[in-house]
Design a protein around this ligand. Structure first.
Ligand SMILES: Cc1ncc(COP(=O)(O)O)c(C=O)c1O
Length: 394
């Protein structure tokens, strides 16, 4: 069979760092070990029943068996506007300031192709979610990393960027609550971001994937709550985490009208919109009582408390995340994030994601997901304790 050569563009895409981790984990499971996998970001709870029922009912409606409107049903965009006004007191024009997406990832990858030309610079948080890199590579643009340092609460410091990078930058990605660090943004930081972006003509894309997941009674801020934010950017939201709908592939972008138009235009060329029944169920998710969301946040918070307490009890000096469903844990002396992750996998059968997979500034940390029961999280800590890497305080 003839082996067709991949295009230069395809070959230039960043390598999937976590593919090798998945392979290593598979090997340990195949040996018959009971592996506790905290390495992934796949929500473990089912979609709330009322949303599934809305889909089941809508799936039988012949209206949805035809092509959906290209840019999505108006009722979903209306529901998004109602949701943003109710949750964040942000007013949106449903037709001009909302774009329906096949999940957050689609919008995050598409946006670079919408706004940047080959050779332009895109500012990217480091550590950060690797899908930003893919879109930038597809647009043949250049990445400029913005270090997220613990001493700065994992917020970028715009004063650290070179004048050349700022001059060439067209786009910037931010993500709070943050994957992988679990940090949240402050109003002051977002306000600084609006001024910086306005001054330097940079479009801000705030990835609000973990928007619903803030702990200790603190609701994470939407970027659009900041004065002037709509002038300089958009926010990307997904149903994957808020409503445990990762498999459904539905999300949306909201904010700056010209950017929303660019996303819609690119999508006109790429797809017809999502199955109408999914859109109806998604609208239902946004408009129905939000008890399921509150319960989910409580579940994650309780798991966080158990896990962080258990790690502190074994002598590991860790900080509790303020949001998201990840804990960002410092690697003990003498290890890299990769050698430490390998050790946990081989000797404790616990999987964590090495920080280096999220960028250079992720080195020195591993990411653990709170996506399993409290018992399993406690068991993971017990197994790690047996490695005698830490000294429990008495
Ligand atoms: C930071 C961040 N952004 C975006 C996404 C994309 O989510 P989805 O494509 O399921 O909407 C994820 C998923 O893991 C994520 O962690």
């Amino acid at each position: 069979m003839k082996n067709f050569v991949q295009s230069d563009l395809l070959q230039s895409l960043p390598k999937q760092f976590f593919a090798s981790l998945v392979e290593k984990v598979g090997r340990v499971i195949a040996q018959g070990h009971d592996v506790i996998n905290l390495g992934q970001g796949n929500p473990d709870q089912p979609t709330p029943a009322h949303i599934v029922e809305a889909l089941q009912k809508a799936a039988a409606n012949p209206r949805y068996h035809k092509y959906s409107p290209f840019r999505g049903y108006h009722f979903l965009k209306e529901a998004v506007a109602t949701f943003y006004e109710r949750e964040y007191n942000v007013k949106l024009d449903p037709e001009k300031e909302v774009a329906i997406l096949f999940g957050g990832k689609a919008g995050l990858v598409e946006i670079s192709q919408c706004l940047v030309n080959p050779g332009d610079v895109v500012l990217v948080p480091d550590p950060g979610y690797p899908d930003y890199w893919s879109g930038i590579a597809l647009a043949r643009a250049k990445m400029e990393m913005m270090p997220l340092r613990e001493e700065n609460n994992f917020l970028p410091d715009y004063n650290e960027l070179s004048p050349e990078a700022i001059e060439q930058a067209k786009l910037m990605f931010l993500n709070y609550p943050n994957n992988p660090t679990g940090a949240v943004a402050t109003k002051q930081f977002f306000a600084e971001t609006v001024s910086f972006a306005a001054k330097n003509d940079i479009c801000v894309v705030h990835d609000f994937a973990y928007g619903a997941i803030g702990f200790d009674g603190k609701k994470p801020l939407s970027f659009l709550q900041i004065d002037g934010a709509k002038e300089v950017g958009i926010e990307i939201y997904t149903f994957s985490k808020t409503y445990n709908m990762a498999g459904w592939r539905v999300g949306f972008a909201v904010g700056n009208e010209s950017v929303i138009e660019a996303l819609n235009l690119l999508q006109d060329h790429l797809y017809v919109s999502i199955f109408g029944a999914i859109q109806e169920a998604a609208a239902h998710a946004l408009l129905a009582p939000q008890d399921c969301v509150n319960e989910l946040v409580q579940l994650y918070e309780s798991r966080r408390n158990v896990f962080i307490r258990a790690l502190k009890d074994i002598g590991w000096d860790v900080t509790a995340p303020a949001g998201s469903f990840f804990a960002w844990l410092p690697v003990p002396n003498g290890f890299t994030s990769e050698t430490f992750s390998d050790l946990l996998l081989e000797k404790a059968h616990v999987v964590v994601a090495p920080g280096i997979g999220f960028g250079e500034y992720g080195e020195g940390y591993v990411r653990a997901g709170l996506l399993t029961s409290e018992e399993r999280l406690q068991e993971a800590a017990n197994r790690i304790a047996k490695l005698n890497l830490f000294h429990a305080k008495v």
